[in-house]
Structure formats: C-alpha cells, structure tokens
Design a binder for this molecule. Structure first.
Ligand SMILES: CC(C)(COP(=O)(O)OP(=O)(O)OC[C@H]1O[C@@H](n2cnc3c(N)ncnc32)[C@H](O)[C@@H]1OP(=O)(O)O)[C@@H](O)C(=O)NCCC(=O)NCCS
Length: 210
C-alpha cells in the first residue's frame, strides 16, 4: 500500500492502526524472547551474557551502574554540543517507562560491560525501533560486540515488524558515525541539514511500503 494514495480519513485510520500496533509491541513482557539463544557473546576472549529489562523494572543500583557508564562515555561530548550536560533530563529520558534495555554483563563476575537503550515508537508516522543508546565500556570495544548488538537489535526490530531502526548521532563523533556507516546506516531524509547531529536509519527491506 502506498501511503500517499490514501485519502485523509484512510490516513488517520492507518496511523491509528500503527499506534495500536506499537502499543501492543510495547506491552510484550520480553520482545527479545524469540532470540534468547542470541543473548550471549563468546568471542575475542569475551564471555558475556545479555538480559532484557524494561526501565521500570530496573532497580536503583543497576540504574546507577547504567547511568555511570553513560556519563563516563558521553558527558564530554554532550558538554561540547548544544545539548549540554543536563543530568536530570537525561536520567528521566533513560528511565522513562517506554525505555527498553539489553544489559550486557561478564559471565564470570556479573560486572556491567555494555548496554543498549531502545524503544518501539512511531517516528514520522512509521513504526520504528529507536536506538537511544549503545554504550560499551572501553575494555570491550573493537572486538565486534558493538556490531553484534546492532545486528541483534535489527533482528528484534524487524521480527516485530518495525519498518526501520532509527538513531541519532553527533556529527563530531566521527568514529561513531563511521561505525554506523560500516553497519549500512544511512542519513534519513528528515535528518536536519545544518544541525550538529544526524538522524540515521536502516530500513526493513521485507516491508516495502515505507
Ligand atoms: C561505538 C561503539 C558502540 C562501537 O562498538 P565496538 O564494539 O567498539 O565496534 P565493533 O568492534 O563491533 O566494530 C564493528 C565495525 O565497525 C567498525 N568500527 C568500529 N569502531 C570504529 C571506528 N572508531 N572507526 C571506524 N570504524 C569503526 C569496525 O571496523 C568494524 O567493522 P568490521 O566488522 O568490518 O571490522 C563502541 O565503541 C562504544 O560504545 N563507544 C562509546 C559509546 C558511544 O559513542 N556510543 C554511541 C553513541 S551514539
């Protein structure tokens, strides 16, 4: 179906249907469940396990661990861009009731190694998995874990019929931009032209009506 061929009433009905669908996916207790066999990473002398959690189910201690990793990785970059470092605002974004996490821990001692924050949402009236954060501790980087987590999130998104995986990246984080480009992400048509960030996305080619 070509969205532009619909009349206004049909468009509203279609958007209503999409809103209902995303709400339904958000109600899943564990959207990673069909891929439980992929919730491990045993490569490059890393032995890691992964766990899905809704932000509302993350206990305070674990929230602090997650926020600490985010802060260590990103505070300087935020300070150096127009967003600035706004800790309270960032905390409420990260632990919003719609936030979903994959938390990566060392098998041996349960220490945090990395996490992903994502949400199922409508972006420009399209069902998307929005990747809010992918954050790895320095010692687990450049060993394929970032790529593995991106592939995992895409599998989860497309299994649940999301039409795209979308993310925002700071333009001056050139290495991170290169990382996403190496994973075949493209600059979105609605990514603001003269801004300090890009909106990147990867399409679900199985669903052709985007
Ligand atoms: C960005 C990040 C997620 C990448 O994960 P990673 O595990 O280090 O990357 P990988 O080892 O999986 O690399 C995957 C691919 O990306 C490429 N790549 C990774 N880092 C790169 C870099 N700095 N520059 C260019 N390419 C890079 C690799 O060459 C690799 O390609 P290949 O599979 O063809 O060899 C990770 O480094 C990180 O968490 N950084 C700090 C937090 C951050 O900036 N997060 C993003 C916020 S938007």
């Amino acid at each position: 179906m070509d969205y532009s061929d619909l009349n206004n009433t049909e468009k509203y009905a279609d958007v209503e249907e999409r809103i209902r669908y995303v709400k339904q996916i958000n109600q899943l207790s564990d959207p990673t469940q069909p891929f439980s066999h992929k919730m491990v990473f045993n490569k490059q002398s890393l032995e890691l396990k992964m766990n899905f959690l809704k932000a509302t189910n993350i206990k305070n201690l674990e929230r602090e661990e997650i926020f600490h990793l985010f802060k260590k990785n990103m505070m300087e970059s935020y300070k150096n861009c127009p967003w600035g470092w706004q800790e309270r605002k960032k905390r409420s974004e990260m632990f919003h009731c719609d936030a979903r996490y994959i938390i990566v821990r060392y098998l041996a001692n349960n220490e945090l190694a990395a996490f992903i924050h994502f949400r199922f949402d409508l972006e420009d009236s399209i069902e998307v998995l929005y990747l809010y954060e992918i954050q790895l501790k320095p010692e687990v980087r450049s060993r394929g874990l970032g790529k593995y987590l991106m592939e995992l999130i895409e599998i989860i998104a497309f299994h649940h019929n999301m039409k795209k995986v979308v993310l925002t990246v700071l333009k001056n984080e050139e290495k991170v931009v290169q990382f996403y480009m190496s994973q075949n992400y493209e600059i979105e048509s609605y990514s603001p032209k003269n801004s300090f960030y890009y909106i990147l996305s990867k399409r679900n080619h199985r669903l052709t009506n985007v």
